[in-house]
Design a binder for this molecule. Structure first.
Ligand code: B12
Length: 266
């Protein structure tokens, strides 16, 4: 994999575009997919920051470092430019999150980990606390052809989910507390209680926190994540540069009002 930029820093693998083509997600970015897309170069961006970084946190772990859309997007743009320089006749289009590809599935097919029963990619080294980004190209790169990795299937994530949103590896988006926390629609009183209990004004980590694969993880190798942690959100704080910025401030401020001031205790 050393032919890929940042392979010394980030886990990277390749899968075939054709193996994802039946499950493309409807989104505007789909118009950027290269004609004759052949390979998908999948990158993981680990974001675990170490226990200390989450002291008193009231946003989920993915929202603690600087916005991954920007950080991962920048790595992917630089990687795509370097690949284009090496193979000028080929197309290299970067995507992250706002992607027509089901990214967890792409990462599994690229050999980067197992699909957990919480629907997330579980990497052997970095657990599920990894963002996924990819470069779609019309150049054929050898795809991962080893056995697909499997989750322990211990079922802890399903049992721990406070809303019963997880079933056999599928996520019921209508129930998932992460989705509830991001919606403009007012949460029900029961949902507000659950947000209070989990103490999260944005996102939810319950299904990841109980996953045995997420024990004793190494801190992220991505310096931009390490240097930008902000784990506590107070109503009125700036949202710019954070994973919750896309929604504007009204929803996260509303959630902060439901859950009360974050506790500063350990
Ligand atoms: C919409 C969305 C959400 C929605 C709905 C989630 C859902 N799964 O439907 C909400 C807001 C709830 C959400 C929450 C979260 N999300 Co989100 N989300 C997305 C997004 C944009 C699209 C997901 C989607 O609609 N998938 C469609 C479904 C049908 O596909 P799927 O989830 O891959 O899984 C199905 C199939 O693909 C198939 N499948 C999955 N893997 C495999 C593997 C093989 C080999 C096969 C054959 C099939 C298969 O089985 C699944 C069940 O039908 C993706 C980015 C992307 N483009 O993929 C991020 C993404 C999945 N989210 C991410 C994150 C970080 C989160 C949260 C952890 C954030 C948080 N802390 O609150 C939570 C986790 C909740 C959870 N347990 O899923 C990361 C996950 C990284 C990882 N390690 O897997 C992604 C990949 C974004 C990114 N670029 O990093 N998310």
């Amino acid at each position: 994999m050393s032919e890929f930029p940042f392979a010394d820093l980030l886990p990277v693998g390749v899968c075939r575009f054709a193996d994802l083509a039946d499950g493309l997600l409807p989104c505007r970015a789909a118009s950027r997919l290269p004609k004759n897309a052949a390979s998908v170069i999948v990158y993981l961006f680990p974001y675990w920051l170490g226990d200390e970084a989450y002291r008193g946190a009231n946003v989920s772990k993915y929202a603690v470092p600087a916005d991954y859309h920007t950080v991962a997007g920048d790595y992917l743009a630089r990687a795509a430019a370097a690949l284009k320089e090496r193979w000028p006749g080929c197309a290299f289009e970067p995507f992250c999150d706002n992607s027509p590809l089901p990214e967890a599935r792409a990462a599994v097919l690229a050999g980067l980990g197992a699909k957990g029963r919480n629907g997330l990619l579980l990497n052997e080294t970095y657990g599920s606390f990894c963002f996924i980004g990819e470069i779609v190209t019309d150049r054929v790169f050898p795809a991962y052809d080893g056995p697909l990795k499997t989750c322990l299937n211990c079922g802890r994530c399903e049992r721990a989910c406070p809303t019963g949103a997880l079933h056999d590896g599928a996520v019921d988006k209508t129930l998932c507390l992460s989705d509830v926390s991001q919606r403009k629609t007012e949460p029900t009183p029961e949902q507000r209680d659950l947000m209070r209990q989990t103490g999260c004004v944005w996102g939810c980590d319950v299904c990841q926190d109980v996953c045995p694969v997420n024990r004793d993880l190494p801190v992220t190798p991505v310096p931009e994540f390490r240097e930008s942690a902000r784990a506590v959100f107070h109503a009125g704080d700036p949202v710019e540069g954070r994973a919750y910025a896309w929604r504007g401030r009204a929803v996260i401020d509303r959630n902060a009002a439901y859950t009360g001031e974050p506790s500063e205790k350990e």
